[in-house]
Write a protein that binds this ligand. Sequence first.
Ligand SMILES: [Zn+2]
Ligand SMILES: [Zn+2]
Length: 327
Amino acid sequence: MRAAVLTATNTLVIEERPMPVRGEDEVILRVRAAGICGSDLPRVFAGKVYHFPLVLGHEFAGEVVDAADPALIGTRAAIFPLLPCRKCAMCAEEEYPLCADYDYYGSRRDGAMEEYLAVKIWNLIPVPEGLSLEEAAMCEPAAVARHAIMRAGISGGERVLVFGAGPIGLMLGQWAMSMGAASVAFADIDERKLVFAETMGFGRQTEGAKYDVVIEGAGAPSALQGAIAAAEPFGRLVLMGNASRDMDIPQAVYQQILRKQLTLTGTWNSSYNSRVNDWKAALEAMASGALSAKPLITHTYPLEEVRAAFDMMGGREAFYNKVMIVM
Ligand SMILES: [Zn+2]
Ligand SMILES: [Zn+2]
Protein backbone atom coordinates (compact mmCIF):
# COMPACT_ATOMS: atom_id res chain seq x y z
CA MET A 1 0.00 0.00 0.00
CA ARG A 2 1.07 3.55 -0.59
CA ALA A 3 1.88 6.09 2.12
CA ALA A 4 2.88 9.76 1.99
CA VAL A 5 5.82 9.88 4.38
CA LEU A 6 7.45 12.97 5.84
CA THR A 7 11.06 11.78 5.99
CA ALA A 8 12.73 15.12 6.82
CA THR A 9 11.86 18.82 6.89
CA ASN A 10 10.10 19.65 3.62
CA THR A 11 10.59 16.12 2.28
CA LEU A 12 7.38 14.23 1.53
CA VAL A 13 7.76 10.98 -0.38
CA ILE A 14 5.29 8.39 -1.57
CA GLU A 15 6.48 5.03 -0.27
CA GLU A 16 5.28 1.50 -0.77
CA ARG A 17 4.68 0.02 2.68
CA PRO A 18 3.45 -3.34 3.95
CA MET A 19 -0.20 -3.57 4.97
CA PRO A 20 -0.72 -2.63 8.64
CA VAL A 21 -1.38 -5.41 11.14
CA ARG A 22 -4.24 -4.88 13.55
CA GLY A 23 -4.00 -5.38 17.30
CA GLU A 24 -6.81 -6.96 19.33
CA ASP A 25 -8.48 -3.62 19.95
CA GLU A 26 -8.01 -2.36 16.40
CA VAL A 27 -9.55 -2.56 12.95
CA ILE A 28 -8.00 -1.90 9.55
CA LEU A 29 -9.37 1.26 8.00
CA ARG A 30 -9.22 1.95 4.29
CA VAL A 31 -8.65 5.69 4.42
CA ARG A 32 -10.84 7.62 1.96
CA ALA A 33 -10.34 11.22 2.95
CA ALA A 34 -7.75 13.05 5.06
CA GLY A 35 -7.86 16.80 5.57
CA ILE A 36 -4.73 18.90 5.77
CA CYS A 37 -4.81 20.95 8.96
CA GLY A 38 -3.12 24.33 9.41
CA SER A 39 -1.06 22.58 12.09
CA ASP A 40 0.37 20.26 9.42
CA LEU A 41 2.10 23.16 7.63
CA PRO A 42 4.80 23.75 10.29
CA ARG A 43 5.23 19.98 10.48
CA VAL A 44 6.17 19.86 6.81
CA PHE A 45 7.82 23.21 6.21
CA ALA A 46 9.58 23.71 9.56
CA GLY A 47 10.03 20.08 10.61
CA LYS A 48 8.05 20.65 13.83
CA VAL A 49 7.38 16.97 14.44
CA TYR A 50 7.95 14.50 17.25
CA HIS A 51 9.99 12.27 14.97
CA PHE A 52 10.86 11.40 11.37
CA PRO A 53 9.65 9.50 9.49
CA LEU A 54 6.01 10.43 10.08
CA VAL A 55 2.79 9.93 8.16
CA LEU A 56 0.60 13.01 8.69
CA GLY A 57 -3.20 13.11 8.76
CA HIS A 58 -5.33 13.51 11.89
CA GLU A 59 -8.60 14.64 10.23
CA PHE A 60 -9.85 11.55 8.47
CA ALA A 61 -12.54 9.07 7.61
CA GLY A 62 -12.69 5.73 5.83
CA GLU A 63 -14.17 2.25 5.71
CA VAL A 64 -13.41 -0.66 8.00
CA VAL A 65 -12.09 -3.46 5.79
CA ASP A 66 -10.81 -5.88 8.43
CA ALA A 67 -11.90 -6.51 12.02
CA ALA A 68 -12.19 -9.38 14.48
CA ASP A 69 -15.91 -8.58 14.80
CA PRO A 70 -17.48 -9.19 11.36
CA ALA A 71 -20.24 -6.67 12.23
CA LEU A 72 -17.66 -3.89 12.00
CA ILE A 73 -16.56 -4.71 8.47
CA GLY A 74 -17.95 -2.20 6.02
CA THR A 75 -18.53 0.43 8.71
CA ARG A 76 -17.90 3.95 7.45
CA ALA A 77 -16.28 5.95 10.20
CA ALA A 78 -14.63 9.20 11.18
CA ILE A 79 -11.84 8.82 13.70
CA PHE A 80 -11.15 10.62 16.97
CA PRO A 81 -7.36 10.88 16.57
CA LEU A 82 -6.37 10.97 20.24
CA LEU A 83 -5.26 7.86 22.11
CA PRO A 84 -5.43 8.52 25.85
CA CYS A 85 -3.16 6.90 28.45
CA ARG A 86 -6.18 5.92 30.61
CA LYS A 87 -4.02 6.20 33.74
CA CYS A 88 -3.93 9.92 34.55
CA ALA A 89 -6.40 12.05 36.53
CA MET A 90 -7.89 13.70 33.43
CA CYS A 91 -8.44 10.32 31.77
CA ALA A 92 -10.30 9.22 34.90
CA GLU A 93 -12.62 12.19 34.27
CA GLU A 94 -12.87 11.26 30.56
CA GLU A 95 -11.31 14.64 29.69
CA TYR A 96 -9.07 12.94 27.17
CA PRO A 97 -7.63 16.00 25.38
CA LEU A 98 -6.17 16.98 28.76
CA CYS A 99 -4.48 13.59 29.16
CA ALA A 100 -0.95 13.84 30.57
CA ASP A 101 0.51 11.26 28.20
CA TYR A 102 -1.57 10.79 25.07
CA ASP A 103 -0.74 9.46 21.62
CA TYR A 104 -2.17 10.97 18.42
CA TYR A 105 -2.69 9.70 14.88
CA GLY A 106 -0.87 11.97 12.47
CA SER A 107 1.38 13.74 14.96
CA ARG A 108 2.83 11.45 17.61
CA ARG A 109 2.22 8.28 15.62
CA ASP A 110 1.50 7.66 11.94
CA GLY A 111 -1.75 9.07 10.63
CA ALA A 112 -4.04 8.86 7.66
CA MET A 113 -2.08 10.02 4.63
CA GLU A 114 -1.75 6.39 3.62
CA GLU A 115 -4.17 3.93 2.12
CA TYR A 116 -4.65 1.70 5.16
CA LEU A 117 -4.26 2.38 8.85
CA ALA A 118 -4.84 0.25 11.95
CA VAL A 119 -7.11 2.27 14.25
CA LYS A 120 -8.53 1.55 17.69
CA ILE A 121 -12.20 0.53 17.78
CA TRP A 122 -12.78 3.03 20.62
CA ASN A 123 -11.83 5.87 18.22
CA LEU A 124 -14.34 5.00 15.48
CA ILE A 125 -17.36 7.26 15.05
CA PRO A 126 -19.87 5.72 12.63
CA VAL A 127 -20.86 8.03 9.78
CA PRO A 128 -24.63 8.47 9.26
CA GLU A 129 -26.08 7.37 5.94
CA GLY A 130 -26.11 10.02 3.25
CA LEU A 131 -22.96 11.75 4.48
CA SER A 132 -19.84 11.44 2.31
CA LEU A 133 -16.51 10.41 3.81
CA GLU A 134 -15.05 13.76 2.70
CA GLU A 135 -17.65 15.49 4.83
CA ALA A 136 -16.98 13.02 7.65
CA ALA A 137 -13.29 13.92 7.49
CA MET A 138 -14.38 17.45 8.49
CA CYS A 139 -15.51 16.02 11.82
CA GLU A 140 -12.36 17.23 13.60
CA PRO A 141 -12.64 20.95 12.76
CA ALA A 142 -16.41 20.69 13.33
CA ALA A 143 -15.90 19.14 16.78
CA VAL A 144 -13.24 21.68 17.74
CA ALA A 145 -15.58 24.48 16.65
CA ARG A 146 -18.49 23.01 18.61
CA HIS A 147 -16.39 22.73 21.73
CA ALA A 148 -15.36 26.40 21.43
CA ILE A 149 -18.94 27.56 20.94
CA MET A 150 -20.08 25.51 23.94
CA ARG A 151 -17.37 27.24 25.97
CA ALA A 152 -18.83 30.56 24.82
CA GLY A 153 -22.32 29.45 25.84
CA ILE A 154 -24.78 30.66 23.20
CA SER A 155 -28.22 31.06 24.77
CA GLY A 156 -29.86 32.96 21.91
CA GLY A 157 -29.76 36.42 20.41
CA GLU A 158 -26.02 37.03 20.70
CA ARG A 159 -24.05 39.02 18.17
CA VAL A 160 -20.94 36.92 17.57
CA LEU A 161 -17.62 38.02 16.12
CA VAL A 162 -15.01 35.48 15.03
CA PHE A 163 -11.36 36.31 14.30
CA GLY A 164 -10.15 33.85 11.66
CA ALA A 165 -12.37 32.74 8.74
CA GLY A 166 -10.70 29.38 8.12
CA PRO A 167 -12.47 25.99 8.29
CA ILE A 168 -12.88 26.01 12.09
CA GLY A 169 -14.08 29.63 12.06
CA LEU A 170 -16.72 28.95 9.43
CA MET A 171 -17.87 25.87 11.34
CA LEU A 172 -18.03 27.98 14.47
CA GLY A 173 -20.24 30.48 12.70
CA GLN A 174 -22.61 27.73 11.63
CA TRP A 175 -22.78 26.23 15.12
CA ALA A 176 -23.47 29.67 16.61
CA MET A 177 -26.35 30.31 14.19
CA SER A 178 -27.79 26.81 14.76
CA MET A 179 -27.76 27.51 18.51
CA GLY A 180 -29.68 30.75 18.15
CA ALA A 181 -27.10 33.51 17.72
CA ALA A 182 -28.58 36.66 16.15
CA SER A 183 -25.64 37.22 13.80
CA VAL A 184 -22.08 36.09 13.11
CA ALA A 185 -19.44 38.41 11.67
CA PHE A 186 -15.86 37.64 10.74
CA ALA A 187 -12.53 39.42 10.87
CA ASP A 188 -9.52 38.13 8.93
CA ILE A 189 -6.40 39.66 7.41
CA ASP A 190 -7.08 37.71 4.19
CA GLU A 191 -9.74 39.55 2.17
CA ARG A 192 -10.51 36.40 0.14
CA LYS A 193 -11.49 34.53 3.30
CA LEU A 194 -13.95 37.27 4.18
CA VAL A 195 -15.47 37.16 0.70
CA PHE A 196 -15.81 33.39 1.09
CA ALA A 197 -17.47 33.81 4.50
CA GLU A 198 -19.96 36.18 2.86
CA THR A 199 -20.90 33.52 0.32
CA MET A 200 -21.88 31.38 3.33
CA GLY A 201 -24.15 34.12 4.60
CA PHE A 202 -21.89 35.65 7.25
CA GLY A 203 -21.08 39.32 7.71
CA ARG A 204 -17.89 41.23 8.34
CA GLN A 205 -16.80 43.01 11.46
CA THR A 206 -18.28 46.51 11.54
CA GLU A 207 -15.86 49.22 12.58
CA GLY A 208 -16.74 50.41 16.08
CA ALA A 209 -19.47 47.79 16.64
CA LYS A 210 -19.49 45.80 19.88
CA TYR A 211 -20.23 42.07 20.13
CA ASP A 212 -21.63 39.91 22.92
CA VAL A 213 -19.38 36.96 22.10
CA VAL A 214 -15.96 37.23 20.48
CA ILE A 215 -13.92 34.19 19.46
CA GLU A 216 -10.21 34.68 18.88
CA GLY A 217 -9.21 31.97 16.43
CA ALA A 218 -6.18 33.55 14.78
CA GLY A 219 -3.58 33.19 17.53
CA ALA A 220 -2.05 36.59 16.73
CA PRO A 221 -1.57 39.49 19.20
CA SER A 222 -3.33 41.93 16.85
CA ALA A 223 -6.38 39.66 16.73
CA LEU A 224 -6.40 39.27 20.52
CA GLN A 225 -6.25 43.04 20.94
CA GLY A 226 -8.98 43.50 18.35
CA ALA A 227 -11.10 40.88 20.10
CA ILE A 228 -10.82 42.61 23.48
CA ALA A 229 -11.65 45.98 21.90
CA ALA A 230 -14.68 44.61 20.04
CA ALA A 231 -16.30 42.97 23.08
CA GLU A 232 -19.39 44.52 24.63
CA PRO A 233 -19.27 45.31 28.38
CA PHE A 234 -19.79 42.00 30.21
CA GLY A 235 -19.02 40.27 26.91
CA ARG A 236 -17.54 36.78 26.58
CA LEU A 237 -14.22 36.22 24.89
CA VAL A 238 -13.14 32.69 23.91
CA LEU A 239 -9.46 32.12 23.18
CA MET A 240 -9.05 29.36 20.63
CA GLY A 241 -6.23 30.21 18.20
CA ASN A 242 -2.89 28.59 18.97
CA ALA A 243 -0.49 31.42 19.77
CA SER A 244 1.99 31.87 16.95
CA ARG A 245 4.17 34.10 19.19
CA ASP A 246 3.97 36.02 22.49
CA MET A 247 0.47 37.44 22.79
CA ASP A 248 1.42 40.92 24.02
CA ILE A 249 -1.34 43.27 25.09
CA PRO A 250 -0.83 47.05 25.45
CA GLN A 251 -1.79 48.44 28.86
CA ALA A 252 -4.79 50.39 27.53
CA VAL A 253 -6.22 47.29 25.84
CA TYR A 254 -5.58 45.18 28.92
CA GLN A 255 -7.47 47.70 31.05
CA GLN A 256 -10.54 47.15 28.87
CA ILE A 257 -10.76 43.55 30.13
CA LEU A 258 -11.17 44.95 33.63
CA ARG A 259 -13.37 47.96 32.84
CA LYS A 260 -15.72 46.00 30.59
CA GLN A 261 -15.67 43.09 33.06
CA LEU A 262 -15.13 40.59 30.29
CA THR A 263 -15.26 36.85 30.78
CA LEU A 264 -12.23 35.17 29.21
CA THR A 265 -12.42 31.45 28.45
CA GLY A 266 -9.91 29.08 26.95
CA THR A 267 -10.92 26.22 24.70
CA TRP A 268 -8.89 23.17 23.81
CA ASN A 269 -9.66 20.50 21.25
CA SER A 270 -13.05 18.87 21.90
CA SER A 271 -14.96 16.53 24.19
CA TYR A 272 -15.19 12.82 23.40
CA ASN A 273 -16.78 11.18 26.41
CA SER A 274 -19.98 9.70 27.79
CA ARG A 275 -21.28 13.14 28.87
CA VAL A 276 -20.39 15.25 25.83
CA ASN A 277 -19.34 13.97 22.44
CA ASP A 278 -18.62 16.85 20.06
CA TRP A 279 -17.68 14.33 17.38
CA LYS A 280 -20.98 12.48 17.31
CA ALA A 281 -22.81 15.79 17.54
CA ALA A 282 -20.81 17.09 14.57
CA LEU A 283 -21.70 14.14 12.33
CA GLU A 284 -25.35 14.33 13.40
CA ALA A 285 -25.47 18.06 12.63
CA MET A 286 -23.94 17.43 9.21
CA ALA A 287 -26.45 14.68 8.51
CA SER A 288 -29.40 16.86 9.56
CA GLY A 289 -28.18 19.80 7.47
CA ALA A 290 -27.60 22.08 10.49
CA LEU A 291 -23.91 22.10 9.59
CA SER A 292 -22.69 22.10 6.03
CA ALA A 293 -19.14 20.91 5.56
CA LYS A 294 -19.09 20.37 1.82
CA PRO A 295 -18.71 24.02 0.71
CA LEU A 296 -15.65 24.33 2.94
CA ILE A 297 -13.74 21.67 1.00
CA THR A 298 -12.26 23.90 -1.71
CA HIS A 299 -9.50 21.56 -2.92
CA THR A 300 -9.00 17.80 -3.17
CA TYR A 301 -5.83 15.99 -4.26
CA PRO A 302 -5.01 12.32 -4.76
CA LEU A 303 -2.41 10.82 -2.42
CA GLU A 304 0.38 11.01 -5.03
CA GLU A 305 -0.09 14.77 -5.23
CA VAL A 306 0.26 15.44 -1.52
CA ARG A 307 3.38 17.51 -2.25
CA ALA A 308 1.42 19.80 -4.60
CA ALA A 309 -1.30 20.19 -1.96
CA PHE A 310 1.19 21.37 0.65
CA ASP A 311 2.97 23.64 -1.83
CA MET A 312 -0.33 25.27 -2.75
CA MET A 313 -1.13 25.90 0.92
CA GLY A 314 2.39 26.98 1.84
CA GLY A 315 2.58 29.40 -1.09
CA ARG A 316 -0.50 31.26 0.15
CA GLU A 317 -1.10 32.55 -3.36
CA ALA A 318 -4.26 30.62 -4.16
CA PHE A 319 -7.31 30.93 -1.96
CA TYR A 320 -8.24 27.78 -0.10
CA ASN A 321 -10.39 26.74 2.79
CA LYS A 322 -10.11 23.01 3.55
CA VAL A 323 -7.66 21.05 1.43
CA MET A 324 -8.19 17.31 1.46
CA ILE A 325 -6.38 14.21 0.26
CA VAL A 326 -8.86 11.72 -1.19
CA MET A 327 -8.06 8.06 -1.84
ZN1 LIG B 1 -6.57 19.63 12.75
ZN1 LIG C 1 -4.30 10.16 30.42
